[in-house]
Write a protein that binds this ligand. Structure first.
Ligand SMILES: Nc1ncnc2c1ncn2[C@@H]1O[C@H](COP(=O)(O)OP(=O)(O)OP(=O)(O)O)[C@@H](O)[C@H]1O
Length: 326
């Protein structure tokens, strides 16, 4: 049974804004799923529908096999949530927040152990959350999400406001949670973070899910250049001519002793290295994968598109919406 499944899930705000458009999303049990998309793509609205904070206009969603609208209470007992901009009570201390969630969930965790896990000191736990910095609020919100060993973590922009150490700590906790079988579904703008920890991603644009799959599979599916740079003792003219003549080579540039070859597909890089090795003394090789930025921009057209005008500026990458498997 998938951890999350949506069927034709749609949310309109008024007549003009189509925030989420006919979403068919499956997040498998036990995976770390990154939910990507530019500002206004519909990520938070989707998460809010999964949590029954927002009612769908049409369509439905199930979370851990339960209907997100009909059985929200059952779902809430089994999930941990870090909403966008964690809402805290200014007058309660960090520890009191945790005690409240532990109590509500009938869990038996030690609040201080949770504080420590997210990098907050015991003294921080004694302070009112109203005096917390944004990063401290985020850490506390994350600790609250971890209470009760949830089966599913739903995190909306979890690294928002965190410093690099905080981000690293958060990634380690996500990995540890996934290791013990927790499904993690999180939205993010931070592509490096997604690349570092996700098993699979879904990319939203203008309310539509435009791609899902592993990053490797999405990369392979796009017809983006794969670039390789060779540092050679001396550049043989014949090699450049031969490379330029190949149909699977898009461009060749020479800068002193460096040859940069833009290939139509990743395996062509191997042919380039082999050809160079036969006629030149190759000193160094730098191979660049399609960056996640390139991938993201290709799927989202790198432009902010007005929700409600779902076709405006939307990328039409190959196999959009289809699952791409590695
Ligand atoms: N309560 C609301 N009333 C009207 N429009 C809304 C409401 N909430 C969201 N929207 C609109 O729905 C669209 C999707 O917004 P949403 O917050 O889901 O995007 P997002 O992908 O989470 O963006 P971000 O990355 O900026 O958080 C946007 O056009 C937004 O303005």
């Amino acid at each position: 049974m998938p951890a999350i499944e949506t069927s034709a899930l749609t949310k309109r705000y008024g007549d003009d804004v189509l925030a989420v458009d006919d979403l068919e999303l499956v997040v498998e049990d036990g995976e770390i799923f990154g939910f990507l998309g530019p500002n206004g793509a519909g990520k938070s609205t989707t998460i809010n529908m999964l949590l029954d904070f927002v009612r769908p206009t049409t369509g439905r969603a199930t979370v851990l096999g339960h209907d997100a609208q009909e059985e929200a209470d059952v779902i809430r007992e089994r999930i941990g949530v870090l909403p966008e901009g964690a809402t805290l009570y200014d007058r309660l201390t960090g520890r009191e927040h945790l005690e409240w969630v532990i109590d509500t969930k009938g869990a038996d965790e030690d609040p201080d152990a949770l504080l420590e896990r997210v990098g907050l000191e015991p003294e921080d736990g004694d302070r009112s959350a109203g005096g917390y910095s944004k990063g401290m609020q985020q850490r506390l919100g994350f600790a609250m999400a971890l209470v009760g060993d949830p089966d599913l973590l739903i995190l909306d922009e979890p690294s928002s406001g965190l410093d690099p150490t905080g981000m690293q700590g958060m990634r380690e906790i996500i990995a540890a949670e996934a290791d013990r079988g927790t499904t993690v579904f999180f939205s993010s703008h931070i592509l490096g973070e997604v690349e570092a920890i996700c098993d699979r991603v879904g990319i939203m644009n203008a309310g539509r899910l435009v791609a899902t799959g592993t990053l490797d599979a999405l990369r392979a599916d796009l017809d983006l250049d794969a670039s390789i740079t060779l540092e050679v003792e001396r550049v043989p003219d014949a090699l450049i001519g031969d490379l330029e003549a190949r149909e699977d080579v898009r461009s060749v540039t020479v800068d002193d002793s460096r040859i940069t070859v833009s290939c139509a597909a990743t395996p062509v890089k191997y042919d380039v290295v082999t050809a160079a090795g036969e006629v030149a003394d190759v000193r160094d090789i730098v191979s660049e994968d399609t960056s996640l930025e390139q991938l993201f921009n290709t799927y989202t057209n790198s432009e902010r598109t007005a929700a409600g005008d779902a076709d405006a500026g939307r990328a039409e990458p190959p196999d959009a919406v289809e699952e791409v498997s590695a």
